[in-house]
Design a protein around this ligand. Structure first.
Ligand SMILES: Cc1ncc(COP(=O)(O)O)c(C=O)c1O
Length: 324
């Protein structure tokens, strides 16, 4: 969906009109991919708008910047305040949140250190990433002919713009073959992740996901799902997953801030389980949506309310009381 092109964007501490939030074509990031960014979401809940795991997202932004030797003069609290201020300035109720730290305009050459470190925060409305229908029906995917980055090449744990050149190849490979998404293997041939999602496999009620060392981004939704699956009483294993385990799994699902929890119904034209959302995926998905939408008590402290006055005006946990 095209941008509405309205509202304001935070740029190095100033709010500027969407149309004026531009950078010079000679900026380092454009030529060398020297940016790190985040993708978080703000949801409309019964108590008002709330960001999901904002602290974890901003911490990962700081860590991505650290890996790339980019210092930006904001601490964790400062980043969170900047995001909340931007949402308030745009009076958004629900939105996707995209902070980015990047090497700006000064000189051009491979060495990024000669260029300033700049930052921006933009917001837009973004619905179900793989389509609303896929949340229930599941999606058809392929194992990509592109692998994730080898260790010690591009750091997978940094959410860097450069890594998304690889993600783009995986996505285009899938789309060109008529699939909605691709699953990348790591360079050892084991399952890594989707182009912009982590992956879970369910077999005999055990919930498995590749470990951090399988060239994955350490997803915040992945961490959330591990916690919620434990809460629901499932055994969760972070374990190396060979490709063929995908085909004989009972259930497979993607997770991510954009994809949320999306079932996979076929891989390489092999039907997964019953070919639709399975019971474990459904239980985890329902719990996830209840948590992010503020429909159950926030026992893990994952929600940051944006408009405190709005939260105070409403009966706390009204929806919860109504459901129990
Ligand atoms: C490559 C990749 N893996 C995993 C994820 C999921 O991460 P998160 O749950 O933090 O959004 C993303 C999300 O942007 C991603 O781009």
């Amino acid at each position: 969906m095209a941008f509405a092109g309205t509202g304001t964007i935070w740029m190095n501490g100033k709010l500027v009109d969407w149309k004026d939030a531009t950078i010079h074509v000679a900026s380092h990031v454009i030529h060398y991919g020297s940016g790190v960014f985040e993708g978080a979401r703000c949801y409309e809940t019964p108590r008002g708008s709330a960001c999901f795991r904002l602290d974890a997202h901003m911490r990962r932004l700081q860590q991505s910047a650290k890996i790339y030797r980019m210092d930006y003069p904001l601490d964790l609290a400062g980043w969170q305040t900047a995001v909340l201020d931007t949402i308030r300035a745009n009076t958004m109720k629900a939105c996707y949140i995209r902070p980015i730290v990047y090497r700006g305009y000064e000189t051009l050459g491979v060495n990024p250190l000669t260029c300033p470190v700049d930052a921006a925060i933009l917001l837009w409305e973004w619905g179900a990433y793989l389509g609303k229908e896929a949340l229930e029906e599941g999606c058809d995917v392929k194992v990509s002919s592109w692998s994730r980055m080898a260790p010690n090449t591009l750091p997978a744990l940094a959410k860097s713009s450069a890594n998304y050149a690889n993600s783009g190849l995986i996505k285009m490979d899938a789309l060109a073959d008529g699939y909605s998404e691709g699953i990348a293997l790591d360079v050892y041939g084991n399952v890594s992740e989707g182009s912009g999602q982590n992956i879970f496999v369910v077999r005999d009620k055990i919930v498995m996901t590749p470990p951090i060392a399988s060239s994955i981004l350490g997803g915040i939704t992945r961490d959330t799902i591990i916690t919620l699956a434990h809460d629901l009483g499932f055994t969760v294993q972070e374990t190396v997953i060979p490709r063929e385990l995908l085909y004989i799994a009972d259930e497979v699902f993607f997770v991510g801030t954009a994809a949320e929890v999306t079932p996979v119904r076929s891989i390489d034209k092999i039907t997964i389980g019953a070919g639709r959302r399975g019971p474990v995926t459904e239980a985890i998905q329902r719990t996830f949506f209840d948590v992010i939408n503020g429909e159950v008590p926030d026992t893990h402290g994952w929600l940051t309310y944006v408009y405190e006055d709005e939260a105070a005006l409403r009966a706390p946990q009204r929806a919860v009381a109504a459901r129990s």
